[in-house]
Design a protein around this ligand. Structure first.
Ligand code: SAM
Ligand code: SF4
Length: 323
């Protein structure tokens, strides 16, 4: 799948649910209305659409949400996708808040998942409860330990929030370094109507400059085609990434598309244009119409996004498109 700008689309991010057991302040409102179950693609439909993408050239699939591990029987989907590893699919991974990892870590590893991203914005239990509005830090840390014990490679995602966790970057870097985890800092993105966004926005250039005074940040050639820019931390040997979605510097290498749990395919996280894959999935018949709909969507993947922090660029919450 080659888009109009010559970029090869080989990476699919799939939101398997819009639901979550947390309500992170930058991601969701306090009271969320979630989609009725009938709107969601079934696990079988999710597998069918993933299989179509793999036939068309997708090599990496990331499951996300909402919280992917709160979807009932999601491990069935993970196991069935895992069986496609080596049969076209090269990597299966997920982004999780970690709350259910204690229960699922070994199952993930057994299904062929090698690496996961775990979101963790603070190591302070009270701040964690406040930021997630209902999460337990202890539960997440137990989950992370289970994932590490199962042999999963872990990258921690930390959203940088002014006045909330901006005194913790050094501690998080050290904590990750001691455990062999990579760390990725994320700048807030204008997604959905959520509280405090503009005031808590913290440019990562500022964070990086501060870290560079205390840590040796070496240039790294590591790149994933995504928005993260990496350095190597000499003191820990681990990677440190910076995701700055508000700058335009990553669109040229964009290799990904995103599908929501209702089968809407977004060709760009920051644009509204989407293709409905649920209709061809549910129309009956073979997968020719589904594949045609995917290819038609790729043919209109836009050049880049248009985020501006002072307004809400897209009305979708991050939990809808899956981060
Ligand atoms: N629930 C899972 C989790 O938290 O990892 C997966 C879904 S979550 C939407 C994916 C990532 O998006 C998380 O790392 C989260 O911190 C990040 N995120 C959510 N809302 C964001 C926002 N407005 N700006 C930047 N990152 C955001
Ligand atoms: Fe849930 Fe992840 Fe959004 Fe937090 S960031 S509310 S854990 S989906």
């Amino acid at each position: 799948m080659i888009d109009p700008f010559g970029r090869k689309v080989s990476y699919l991010r799939v939101s398997v649910t819009d639901r979550c057991d947390f309500r992170c302040v930058y991601c969701m409102g306090e009271d969320m209305t979630f989609l009725p179950k009938a709107e969601l693609l079934s696990l079988e439909e999710l597998e069918r659409v993933c299989a179509a993408f793999i036939r068309l050239g997708v090599r990496k699939i990331r499951l996300t949400g909402g919280e992917p591990l709160v979807r009932r029987d999601v491990m069935d989907l993970i196991r069935s996708l895992g069986r496609r590893l080596g049969e076209g699919l090269e990597e299966l991974t997920l982004t999780t808040n970690g709350s259910q990892l204690a229960q699922h870590a070994s199952g993930l590893a057994a299904a062929g998942v090698k690496r996961i991203n775990v979101s963790l914005d603070t190591l302070d239990p009270d701040k964690f409860a406040a930021l997630t509005r209902r999460g337990s830090l202890a539960q997440v840390l137990t989950g992370i330990d289970a994932a590490a014990a199962a042999g999963l490679h872990i990258k921690i995602n930390m959203v940088a929030l002014r006045g909330r966790n901006d005194d913790e970057f050094d501690a998080m870097l050290a904590w990750c370094g001691a455990r062999g985890f990579d760390l990725c800092l994320i700048e807030t993105m204008p997604m959905g109507e959520v509280e405090y966004r503009a005031v808590t926005h913290l440019p990562l250039a500022e964070v990086r400059a501060g870290l560079a005074r205390r840590w040796t940040l070496l240039p790294s050639t590591y790149a994933t085609g995504g928005p993260a820019r990496y350095v190597q931390v000499a003191e820990t040997g681990q990677r440190l990434g910076f995701i700055t979605p508000l700058s335009h510097n990553f669109c040229e290498a964009c290799n990904r598309v995103r599908m929501t749990c209702t089968g809407r395919l977004y060709m760009c996280l920051g644009q509204e244009d989407a293709a409905d894959l649920r209709a061809p999935l549910r129309a009956g018949g073979d997968d020719a119409a589904l594949e045609a709909a995917i290819l038609a969507a790729i043919a209109r993947k836009p050049k880049g996004h248009d985020f501006v922090i002072t307004r809400t660029a897209t009305a979708r919450h991050m939990s809808v498109t899956g981060g």
